[in-house]
Design a protein around this ligand. Structure first.
Ligand code: ZN
Length: 258
């Protein structure tokens, strides 16, 4: 009994998993306020801190202040730090990368260039895109989810990149289950024996039709995922984006959450 208590105490771990901040300081600040009062043990950042929005330097600084246990790079981080060409980016995304380059110092670019593309913690794997292609693959089809679920060790792989929250899993017999969070505070109890790919959604540019910031908490002791949706000052971000002449489409999509 004593051992059981000690054992479970040692394994209690609450993670906050954030992804795709995209230079949106207002949304990041609202999420950080939630994380600060949540009592998490570890913050994990799945990348794309920069790109699209008006405040890349401020977002890098705010995440450094959060002192994440793991910090993974995304494709926009790699593009701003000149590790990845924007030839496969949309015209709007590439234009925003150029503006983000002008808004970041050499030190900030060097730092972004030093961030790894994947990391593990216990039985959990973390990447921006996918286990197969950590930086750039979008897991937005069942086919791709199915192909990637066997490409990592451990029971969970957390991803971002599509900006759409999603829990995909398979059991030992290959039976698939897809769960999509909706509403305000959404809790999912993970089932033992299943292997999971879990998308944390996007802090700074949600694309699932809900314009509020999205991220998640993972309680590894109780095996519970809790998605959070946090409102933030979208008008303030849009005004800053207009002043910097960021593309109209990127400004307007924040209101729609698409
Ligand atoms: Zn992104």
């Amino acid at each position: 009994m004593q051992w059981r208590k000690q054992h479970s105490f040692n394994n209690i771990m609450k993670y906050a998993v954030i992804s795709d901040i995209h230079s949106n300081f207002e949304s990041l600040s609202a999420v950080v306020a939630d994380i600060r009062v949540s009592g998490v043990d570890k913050v994990i950042c799945l990348g794309d801190v920069v790109g699209y929005g008006p405040n890349p330097a401020e977002c890098v600084a705010a995440i450094k202040e959060l002192a994440p246990a793991l910090w993974i790079a995304g494709n926009h981080d790699a593009a701003v730090s000149d590790k990845l060409s924007t030839k496969d980016f949309s015209e709007d995304a590439a234009a925003a990368i150029e503006i983000n380059k002008n808004l970041t110092s050499k030190e900030e670019k060097d730092f972004l260039a030093s961030v790894p593309y994947s990391a593990s913690d216990s039985a959990v794997f973390f990447v921006h895109g996918s286990p197969r292609n950590p930086l750039s693959e979008y897991l937005h089809s069942f086919e791709k989810l199915r192909q990637n679920i066997s490409l990592f060790d451990g029971k969970i792989c957390f991803v971002g990149h599509t900006h759409k929250p999603l829990i995909y899993s398979v059991d030992e017999s290959g039976l698939e289950l897809t769960q999509i969070p909706e509403g305000d505070s959404m809790e999912f109890h993970l089932i033992s024996g299943r292997k999971y790919i879990i998308n944390a959604g996007s802090v700074g540019q949600p694309r699932d039709g809900d314009k509020r910031s999205c991220f998640l908490y993972y309680d590894s002791d109780a095996d519970i995922i809790t998605y959070r949706r946090i409102p933030y000052d979208i008008a303030a971000v849009k005004a800053k984006m207009s002043a910097l002449h960021l593309p109209e489409f990127l400004i307007n999509r924040l209101d729609e959450g698409i």
